[in-house]
Design a protein around this ligand. Structure first.
Ligand code: AHG
Ligand code: MN
Ligand code: MN
Length: 333
């Protein structure tokens, strides 16, 4: 059977067969995420035709305007995973507190952290958006999830990945055995293996990806780093700039082409904007599995101990040489 005939179901079942002690709960979490992704993709593709564009009229826990599609994507994932019997709780960008499993429904041994809709400011202008997820094994005893179950190291993730709703819909994930990409074939409603064992090209394209509108608020080191890229001053030569403003899309390009994606801290917001648990850590896991590096500018992202559910951290992800270069510039202040 050629790669393009392998469904995500078959791929995950195959991986599970290599673990004879597996109960199937972990497979279920991934399959439920892929079902949620298909349902969200269906709505994203119809945005504009059905009443799903625009603001929902509320702000989320971060004081950001909630879009209808943010809420919709969150509801779909919470409904499918919350009642699917494999997780005992969900941490979501859209919910200040952990989401518990309703009474009467089974719970399972996993916790999932989600950014249901990433890049929501791009929805109304028909630019790629995404979903990000991170799965940990529950540590506490008792039926309900505790914050400590979610606030584990990124290096303890059992699986992590994202869905990109782009010109095609792709699901990319890792369980720690490489990063694999699946493309949704809408005619049969299946994710098919299209990108087995993804590897960030080395040296890869010289692309830097950052919102330069914030340059006046960067540290000196950050400013000098981007000047080096822009002026082609370093031994790496000249660079191109790309910035979608949907992290999933910017990350996916970095994974396939190489380069560096950056969302640094600023004088006003030293932690930047992106959230550790359900944005940066899951992509960092995929990044490393593809041979890249992920840093907050000083430390490996996967070694950062979370202190808050909705904690923000600066993010530098991409080709190892460029992430290390960024760390050197930032260390100089
Ligand atoms: P979200 O839509 O989940 O709140 O995430 C938004 C993000 C991320 O996708 C992107 O990298 C970043 O916001 C862009 O922010 P700026 O507009 O500040 O560059
Ligand atoms: Mn996001
Ligand atoms: Mn979001």
């Amino acid at each position: 059977m050629s790669d393009s005939m392998v469904t995500v179901e078959q791929f995950i079942a195959e991986q599970e067969r290599e673990h004879p002690d597996a109960t199937g709960a972990f497979t279920d979490v991934l399959l439920q995420m892929s079902l949620a992704a298909k349902i969200i993709a269906r709505s994203v593709n119809k945005a504009g035709l059905v009443d799903i564009l625009g603001a929902a009229g509320t702000d989320n826990v971060h004081g950001e305007e909630v879009q209808k599609l943010d809420e919709y994507a969150n509801d779909v994932i919470v409904e499918i995973l919350g009642k699917g019997g494999s997780v005992c709780g969900i941490a979501s960008e859209e919910s200040e507190r952990l989401i518990l499993i309703p009474e009467g429904y089974e719970t399972g041994p996993y916790v999932i952290s989600i950014d249901p809709l990433d890049g929501s400011s791009n929805i109304d202008v028909n630019i790629s958006v995404g979903t990000i997820f991170s799965i940990h094994r529950k540590r506490s005893t008792g039926r309900d999830v505790q914050e400590s179950d979610v606030m584990q190291l990124g290096s303890e993730q059992c699986a992590a990945g994202y869905v990109q709703y782009g010109s095609s819909t792709m699901l990319v994930f890792t369980t720690g055995a490489g990063a694999h990409g699946f493309t949704l074939d809408p005619s049969i409603g299946e994710f098919l293996l299209s990108h087995p064992n993804m590897k960030m090209p080395r040296p890869g394209k010289r692309i830097y990806s950052i919102n330069e509108g914030y340059a006046p608020k960067w540290s000196d080191g950050q400013r000098r780093l981007v000047e080096r890229f822009r002026n082609g001053e370093g031994e790496e030569g000249s660079f191109s700039a790309r910035y979608v403003g949907s992290m999933v899309a910017d990350f996916h390009r970095t994974l396939l082409r190489g380069g560096i994606f950056m969302y640094p801290g600023t004088v006003d917001a030293p932690g930047g904007k992106l959230r550790l648990l359900y944005e940066v850590a899951p992509l960092a896991f995929v990044c490393e599995q593809a041979g890249g590096q992920a840093s907050d500018g000083r430390h490996r992202v996967l070694d950062i101990e979370p202190t808050e559910l909705h904690q923000r951290i600066p993010a530098f992800m991409g080709s190892p040489e460029l992430v290390e270069l960024a760390e050197r510039y930032l260390a100089e202040g």
